[in-house]
Write a protein that binds this ligand. Structure first.
Ligand code: ADP
Ligand code: MG
Length: 453
């Protein structure tokens, strides 16, 4: 199975309505009972069940009758909701090939109508650790609505917020374009992950730049925590761009020193091995000494003048709260060493092989999409919450409320943009970039220290 966005074209308004109802139900149900879905969707004449069958056929939902008859979203279902929202917002109009497989994400090219190609990252926090998520439930027990959708959404929100803030502070990161649910759209970096680069013209300059970035991040109160050759992109001019921010922490984190040292060490090790840069063993007494670029000593966490508050103040402005940060940290911290589970295959996205771009013009074959103002009014009257006795939203965070609001807006927006998009054609730009399959696999190989001569 692939991320067949073609299916998106043939999904009706009711299909999306029911899909959204399942999403809402999942805020407090791992498996959403069929009758609850029916109540939330409030389709006329029991239409929900027919729609559920259709969604199941397209693998947008998973049916579970082990405890009671119910459904949950699959990654694909969640992908479609996010993609639909992005298309409605006019962020992109086409989805192209998969360009990356991260540890807990899939990255695709997406294109605007004018041919601009961007990168779309779909977070899959539950993928490598769906079983582990279950065992970590303790951490998040206070959240009745906790599930992998929530975690993936948090990861995306965090990544987006950090990318934006870092960009504003002049860090070399992709341009953060938009974020919805578990999906982040950003500029496409022309280049390759450092792990694929066998030779550099100026390895020492690149090394200095990278170490300098870790230090500068700490000066801004942040530690990347996964700063390795998989998360550093490098272009033909050896310009460095850093990516992948969901695991970043503040320098006031209790393990900050360890994370900082680990990031530094990772770079030292990689450059030592890959580019034969020689470092001499660093004696213990150097730990804690001043950074000395000339002597290329290992930067020490304690000697860096850090600006606290970066996280709290600037990130809160982008909707990523301290509580969100805590929730995701708790999850990520307990997450090291999990293997890819069978759940990965559920979405089938790892095997995706998209040829060119699939335009998302949601056209002709849509039975119920005669889109007019009256119908949209009707839609609002029968908003999913209206059918609920216990409104799940009341238990949710402001972010979830925002999401829900978005979903409602999107239904109306979708109808408009469907009609508009029907009349358009799209020239999807294709780039000659090599398909990139990478997997972040930082492994701590023990505690020797290195110094670059
Ligand atoms: P994960 O968090 O799952 O590790 P990453 O953000 O590191 O995901 O992305 C995985 C891979 O996807 C990267 O190693 C890179 O090859 C590719 N990638 C990610 N973001 C971009 C981007 N903005 N432009 C180009 N390639 C990207
Ligand atoms: Mg990565």
């Amino acid at each position: 199975m692939k991320l067949d966005v073609d299916v998106l074209r043939y999904l009706s308004k009711d299909d999306f309505r029911v899909l959204t109802a399942v999403e809402m139900g999942m805020r407090n149900h791992e498996i959403v009972p069929s009758d609850l879905i029916d109540r939330i969707a409030s389709l006329k004449h029991g239409g929900t069940y027919k729609v559920l069958k259709n969604l199941l056929k397209h693998k947008l939902l998973h049916h579970d009758s082990s405890k009671y008859d119910g459904f949950r979203l699959t990654y694909l279902g969640y992908d479609f909701l996010a993609i639909k929202t992005m298309v409605n917002r006019g962020v992109f109009t086409a989805v192209g090939r998969q360009i990356g497989v991260g540890k807990e994400s899939d990255i695709f090219e997406v294109a605007r109508e004018d041919g601009t190609v961007m990168a779309m990252k779909l977070h899959r926090l539950g993928r490598t650790s769906f079983r582990a998520v279950k065992s970590k439930r303790d951490y998040l027990r206070h959240r009745s609505s906790y599930n992998w959708l929530y975690l993936s959404r948090l990861a995306a929100l965090k990544e987006f917020a950090f990318m934006k803030a870092l960009e504003e502070h002049g860090f070399p990161v992709p341009n953060a374009v938009d974020c919805n649910r578990h999906c982040v759209v950003m500029s496409l970096i022309q280049g390759y992950p450092l792990v694929q680069v066998k030779q550099l013209q100026n390895p020492e300059t690149v090394f200095d730049t990278i170490i300098g970035l870790i230090v500068r991040l700490a000066e801004h109160g942040l530690i990347h925590c996964d700063f390795n050759e998989f998360n550093i992109m490098i272009d033909d001019d050896e310009k460095v761009t850093m990516i992948d921010f969901p695991q970043m922490v503040s320098v006031s984190h209790r393990n900050a020193q360890m994370y900082f040292d680990r990031d530094i060490e990772c770079i030292f090790k990689f450059f030592g091995k890959r580019f034969n840069m020689s470092f001499e063993e660093q004696s213990d007494d150097i730990d804690g000494s001043e950074v000395d670029e000339d002597e290329s000593s290992r930067p020490s966490f304690s000697s860096i003048t850090k600006t606290a508050g970066f996280l709290d103040k600037e990130l809160a402005a982008s909707g990523f709260t301290r509580k969100d940060q805590d929730d995701i940290e708790k999850f990520i911290e307990g997450d090291a060493g999990d293997d890819v589970s069978d759940d990965e295959h559920e979405s089938g996205l790892c095997q995706t092989n998209i040829k060119g771009f699939d335009s998302l013009h949601l056209d002709q074959k849509e039975p119920t999409s005669s889109c007019n103002e009256e119908e949209q009014g009707d839609e609002n009257q029968h908003s999913p919450e209206a059918g609920l006795t216990g409104n799940p939203e009341s238990q949710n965070s402001s972010n979830e409320e925002e999401d829900n609001q978005n979903a409602d807006e999107n239904d109306a927006e979708l109808m408009k943009s469907l009609a508009k998009q029907r009349r358009r054609t799209m020239a999807a730009a294709r780039r000659g970039r090599k398909s990139v399959a990478s997997r972040n696999s930082y492994k701590d190989k023990g505690g020797y220290m290195l110094r670059w001569k």
